[in-house]
Write a protein that binds this ligand. Sequence first.
Ligand code: AMP
Ligand code: MG
Length: 328
Amino acid sequence: MSKQSVMLKLSAPVEAPKPLEQLTETEIERKAVIGKITTYTLKNLTDYFLVNGFQWLLPVALSPSTDPLWPDPGASIEKRIEVDIYGRTVRTTASMIIHKLIAASTAYPKLFILSPNVRIEKAERACTGKHVYEFTQLDFEARNATSRDIIRLVSDAVCNLVASVKRDMKDELTYLGRYDALKVPKMPFKICDKQELEAEYGAEWENCVAMKNGDPVWITNIPREFYDYEDFATGKWDNYDLFMPQYGEVLSGAKREWEYDKILKKIERDKINKSNYSLVLKLAKDGRLKPTAGAGIGIERIVAWLTGVKHIAETQPFPRVPGTVCDL
Ligand code: AMP
Ligand code: MG
């Protein structure tokens, strides 16, 4: 496949879905089928983490510390929501990364959260088919885990999910025209270095990876936020994204930083407001932050890939398309 046809296929604008109350009878039937697969996916993935000894934490919606989402090559935030309550400024959860680091270092060594994320994406992302401005992460973290542990765990979870959904949701996948095209992946998935991909494919490397591989692929060594582990000696980042075939990124994660000097240096290097991260800095300084690794799986993205829908907002009962606020 030429580079040009790859780009055309994955970056063609996608029409945003209609709100629930405007759907026709046939569209409601389709929505219901996608809803069944979402419920199945949530049960399958949460069961998987429970069986593997993870504790289920409930999420928070407002707090002073949330994900800076910077610097991340994929970020495009138009606006951050901040509000004063009880004399302090709080932000809507962009991700629970800071909470996870502290929870996994203290009372909950292996945890997961179905965490609502609010990210006011730029309106121009309405037609990527991959972005909504509210979504849910299955966010998990494990104390003393390595990247290799997390890669193995998630690869196994994905193979188990696809095999189970094909077995138990055959009618639904067939209705959506997805049953035959959705293949149970083979482990181990390929692992590729981002810098090497960029050297080979240039700026369009993400589309090329998604289109060229028949199985999921792990991408490593991605320069981004301060909490992902960076080896200062080699300049390599010990982090990873999972890309699904014909789709793209559904998960980002990393081994994390836990040492005060490194965290401080990176926050200052990235010109991030230190006062928003004073607690995590204090815990790191006191030696109370532990080495952890984890990731966040985008629930809507993984369901969009499983079901083969064109726009991710089709997986949402109440679509959150960038640039559009509906009544519901
Ligand atoms: P991040 O750590 O920012 O990559 O977010 C973790 C995961 O959440 C990503 O791999 C996606 O699956 C999902 N995600 C991130 N941003 C969005 C978005 N705007 N809309 C839907 N899903 C998203
Ligand atoms: Mg990401």
